[in-house]
Design a protein around this ligand. Structure first.
Ligand SMILES: C[S@@+](CC[C@H](N)C(=O)[O-])C[C@H]1O[C@@H](n2cnc3c(N)ncnc32)[C@H](O)[C@@H]1O
Length: 284
C-alpha cells in the first residue's frame, strides 16, 4: 500500500541544483516560504546541544539552524550534495557544522549521540520501507528527551488541491519517469515532482503505449488528458504517497511521544510539520 516509487538519492546526486535554496545573508536573504520553514526548524530545535540533519542536501535548512544549536552534523546519501553543502558552509561561514556521506536508515553514530534531529523534504525521496527504517534509526540516534522535527509534503493533499497541469514522460534506463509540474501553488512558483512508474502497472502500460517508440514526450492538459479523473486515480494508486495519518502512525509506533503535527502555509498546500520526542526512559 505504501510503496513509493520515487527517485531516491541517486537522482539528487546527479541534480544537486534542485536543492539550490541556500543564500548568503542569513535567514533574511531567503525566499519568504523558505525562511518560514527554516524558522520553524529553529523554533523546534533551537538551543539543542547536538543536532543531526538527515538528508541535508545543499544545506537548507541545516546551515540556518546551526547558529542556534551547539553543533550540527549533516548527513546525505549523495556525495555530490556533501560537496555542495561544504561549499555553501564556507560561503556562509558556519563554523559549528560538519557534513558527511551517510544514509538515513543506517546512521554512523553511537546510540543517543544527538538531542535533536531534523529531516526536511527527505522522506519523500525514500520508499516506505526506508522511511520506516529511518524513523527507527532516528530514535536510536536520539538521547532520551531528544526531539525530531520533520517537514515533508502531504502528497495526497497536494494532489487533491491541485491536480498537475502538465507532465513529461521519459524513459530512463528502461524505467518510466513521470514528471508532474504544478504552476499554481504560489504566484511565480513552479514545482515539479518526479515519480518512477511501474511499466507493468495499468498506468505504466497506458503511459508506455502513449509514449510508443519516442524517448520522451511532453504532455499537456489540453493535448493529453493527464488531468482526467481516471488518470489521477491511477496515479494515486500507483504512487501511494504517504499522508499525515500514515506518518503520525509510523512515528508513534517507533516509540516517540508528544507527537505534534501542524500544517505550515508554505510551498502551496499540504506541508506537514511534525515534532516528536524520544521518551525519557532509555529503554522506553
Ligand atoms: C529534496 S532533497 C532535500 C534536501 C534539503 N533537506 C532541503 O530541504 O533542501 C532530499 C535529499 O535527501 C537525500 N536522500 C535521499 N534519500 C536518502 C537516504 N536514504 N539517506 C540520506 N539522504 C537521502 C537526497 O540525496 C537529497 O539531498
Amino acid at each position: 500500500m505504501h510503496s513509493r516509487k520515487v527517485p531516491g538519492w541517486e537522482f539528487f546526486n546527479d541534480n544537486v541544483d534542485v536543492c539550490d535554496v541556500v543564500r548568503p545573508g542569513g535567514l533574511a536573504a531567503l525566499e519568504p516560504d523558505d525562511r518560514a520553514v527554516a524558522e520553524w526548524f529553529v523554533r523546534s530545535l533551537g538551543g539543542r546541544r547536538a543536532v543531526v540533519d538527515i538528508g541535508c542536501g545543499s544545506g537548507f535548512p541545516g546551515l540556518y539552524v546551526a547558529p542556534h544549536v551547539g553543533q550540527l552534523v549533516g548527513v546525505d546519501a549523495a556525495p555530490n550534495m556533501i560537496l555542495e553543502v561544504q561549499k555553501n558552509q564556507a560561503e556562509l561561514g558556519v563554523g559549528n557544522a560538519r557534513f558527511e556521506v551517510g544514509k538515513a536508515e543506517s546512521l554512523h553514530c553511537r546510540d543517543g549521540a544527538f538531542d535533536g534531529a531534523l529531516l526536511c523534504g527527505v522522506l519523500e525521496s525514500m520508499d516506505w520501507d526506508c522511511v520506516a527504517r529511518a524513523i527507527v534509526e532516528v530514535r536510536r540516534a536520539l538521547a532520551p528527551r531528544g526531539k525530531v522535527a520533520i517537514l515533508d509534503q502531504d502528497w495526497s493533499e497536494v494532489m487533491r488541491a491541485r491536480p498537475p497541469r502538465e507532465a513529461t514522460v521519459r524513459l530512463c534506463d528502461g524505467q518510466l519517469l513521470l514528471q508532474l509540474v504544478e504552476r499554481e501553488s504560489s504566484p511565480g512558483l513552479e514545482r515539479d515532482t518526479r515519480h518512477l512508474v511501474d511499466r507493468a502497472s495499468p498506468l505504466g502500460t497506458w503511459l508506455s503505449s502513449e509514449l510508443g517508440e519516442r524517448r520522451g514526450a511532453h504532455l499537456t492538459a489540453d493535448g493529453f488528458s493527464i488531468d482526467g479523473d481516471a488518470v489521477l486515480d491511477a496515479w494515486h494508486d500507483e504512487v501511494a504517497q504517504f499522508d499525515l495519518e500514515a506518518l503520525t502512525d509510523l512515528v508513534e509506533s517507533a516509540g516517540f511521544e508528544e507527537v505534534v503535527v501542524e500544517r505550515l502555509p508554505v510551498w502551496g498546500d499540504g506541508v506537514l510539520a511534525l515534532t516528536a520526542t524520544r521518551p525519557a526512559k532509555p529503554d522506553a
